[in-house]
Design a protein around this ligand. Sequence first.
Ligand SMILES: C[S@@+](CC[C@H](N)C(=O)[O-])C[C@H]1O[C@@H](n2cnc3c(N)ncnc32)[C@H](O)[C@@H]1O
Length: 207
Amino acid sequence: MRSKPEDQYIKFMTETYGSLRNEFDFTNNFTELDLGCGKGSFTTQLGLKFPEHLIFAADIMIGRLRKLQKRNQREGISNIHPIRVEARHLIAMIPDNSIDRLHILCPDPWPKDKHRANRLMCSDFMAQIHRIIKTGGHFHFSTDDMQYHDIVRNVVSKSGLFEENSELLAELKEIKSDFEIRWNSQGKEVHHFLWVAKPLPSYTSVH
Ligand SMILES: C[S@@+](CC[C@H](N)C(=O)[O-])C[C@H]1O[C@@H](n2cnc3c(N)ncnc32)[C@H](O)[C@@H]1O
């Protein structure tokens, strides 16, 4: 892969297993992760709205991260850290109780049964994201796909690890992701959800 000037600001974590704890202070910062950020219009607006937050923008596609990084440089944003990485791999490298707000926006719904394994949102994944989200932290999800919407709500609710609270979406209402803008322009509505991470059940000591 030919490198581009903006690559020096992108963290490449596809072939490595490292800890982010040594490089970033998760404890003293309000920390946000936009997982599958794409070209990152949402992340950029988040960075502008909350310049004091520590924000990670993760995606597997380098072209999209480059676009995000170029925009951030143009806008003078310095609190967004793009990471090229596979989502599950990144989660495994994030310490317990680190993230205040996780965003998974308009992920590919993979509607066909034969592609089911590609879907991020499954019961196993719920436990993984619960581990990295601080107790009381937020999980923000959106989709335009009603079938996926029902599946995800069901999976989150069955996990018993989160409690829905849509009132907490208020401060994010004006911020739209690239895919939300695209679906809206085609007349499709995008539905947003926010769940608050509950403490681990008493019968469990670790995830
Ligand atoms: C449909 S796009 C949504 C992008 C953005 N969140 C938005 O709403 O505009 C899904 C994004 O997730 C990324 N993605 C899909 N599977 C991924 C995975 N396993 N790990 C990391 N990124 C992934 C894709 O590269 C793509 O940029």
